[in-house]
Write a protein that binds this ligand. Structure first.
Ligand SMILES: NC(=O)c1ccc[n+]([C@@H]2O[C@H](COP(=O)([O-])OP(=O)(O)OC[C@H]3O[C@@H](n4cnc5c(N)ncnc54)[C@H](OP(=O)(O)O)[C@@H]3O)[C@@H](O)[C@H]2O)c1
Length: 346
């Protein structure tokens, strides 16, 4: 691990706003910011239901000294929803999004667009803001189809997902994923349109993670978002066949990249394709069999696939090294093992 501490214009002790603080990626991002010496203001949908977050052993010492403040934003789709939350913050990490996997695009896409637009509008009112990071997704840039072989770059958008999401019924079983993807495409585009038109004085970057695996910090993470290893342990073949191959990133790495993107004064206007490790379900099965040798798991998939899409992640590996002293992504083996931590997944 490197002992040097890079310099940021986001000063330690200042407040960083994290939206979606109780989410899978959000809660890890909160923990890492606190551990780096920042104060965190986290938006949650319901303060009472969020009480587990400040009680986590990793977070409690910081919460006890007042470094974590939670504020309620019940619905990101309401205009000006973040006006109070942004007051006096030095950076904003906008992680909240509609992750309901709804069939109806009307219930997802407009709210996702409104969410990032509200955050940006509110950020513009605060001269203290130096950086804004938005969580997008690999799905905002490309379909995850084996056989699709292209290089994904800063200008890549998954317009096919938008077209399919709005197509009339009957719908394919992948409709919820297409609607989710379309929400990510449209909110990512709304972000850059706003930047083009309104020219904010703060840095703006988007992080586009692949499938996020790793340590759940609450049962709801395993039930909703940290769900991929569970597809394997629960033998959910419909889900597995719907996404036969993937790139995967550990939630710790995803959170570290959000923090680095906020802190690094030299990173601006990037769509950060942070995809991590390429794999398929047989790779995950091999790891879970090793981790749980007494348990019987499903047979290997008969016709395993691999993705052939590519992207240049050099800058993001460099950022992991620069800000966290880490040489490479957490391995697939490591992130699957992390998924079992906390005892939320048998
Ligand atoms: N997990 C992945 O594999 C993955 C991959 C690529 C990108 N992403 C993106 O990463 C971000 C975080 O996802 P996640 O995996 O951490 O999922 P998550 O655990 O479901 O987190 C989503 C967060 O958004 C909040 N939220 C949902 N609907 C909301 C609404 N209407 N108003 C206000 N807040 C709302 C949730 O609040 P509650 O805590 O109250 O539920 C939660 O904090 C999302 O932008 C997602 O699209 C995730």
């Amino acid at each position: 691990m490197s002992s040097t501490s890079p310099t940021s214009d986001i000063h330690k002790g200042s407040i960083v706003l994290v939206t979606g603080a109780t989410g899978f990626i959000g809660s890890h991002t909160v923990a890492q910011l606190l551990e780096k010496g920042y104060k965190v203001r986290g938006t949650v949908r319901n303060l009472e239901q969020a009480s587990w977050l400040p009680a986590l052993p990793r977070i409690k010492p910081f919460a006890d000294k007042g470094d974590l403040e939670l504020v309620e934003v019940p619905d990101l789709g309401v205009p000006r929803a973040f006006d109070d939350a942004v007051r006096g913050v030095s950076a904003i990490i906008n992680i909240a999004a509609i992750t309901s996997f709804d069939l109806d695009p009307n219930n997802v896409i407009p709210a996702d667009i409104q969410g990032i637009t509200s955050v940006l509008e509110s950020a513009m009112t605060q001269p203290t803001v130096r950086a804004l990071v938005h969580t997008s997704s690999i799905l905002a840039s490309t379909m995850l189809m084996p056989g699709l072989g292209h290089d994904v770059g800063p200008g890549s958008f998954n317009d096919l997902a938008v077209k399919l999401a709005w197509a009339p019924p009957p719908h394919d079983p992948s409709q919820p994923l297409l609607v989710y993807a379309a929400g990510k495409v449209e909110s990512d585009k709304a972000l850059w349109k706003f930047v083009d038109e309104r020219k904010p004085k703060f840095r703006v970057n988007a992080v586009l993670p692949s499938a996020v695996l790793g340590e759940p910090l609450n049962q709801k993470h395993v039930d909703n978002s940290a769900v991929y290893v569970r597809w394997v342990t629960d033998e959910r073949t419909d889900n597995l066949n719907g996404m036969p191959a993937f790139y995967a990133i550990d939630v710790g790495d995803a959170a570290r990249l959000h923090v680095a993107a906020a802190l690094d004064p030299d990173v601006n206007a990037k769509r950060m394709h942070t995809w991590g490790v390429k794999g398929n379900w047989n790779d995950v099965l091999a790891v879970v069999r090793k981790l749980r040798p007494q348990r019987k798991f499903m047979a290997d998939m008969a016709d395993p696939k691999q993705l052939s899409i590519t992207t240049d992640e050099t800058l993001y590996r460099d950022l992991l090294k620069k800000w966290f002293g880490q040489d490479d992504w957490v391995s697939l083996e490591g992130m699957v093992a992390n998924n079992f931590k906390g005892g939320y997944l048998d």
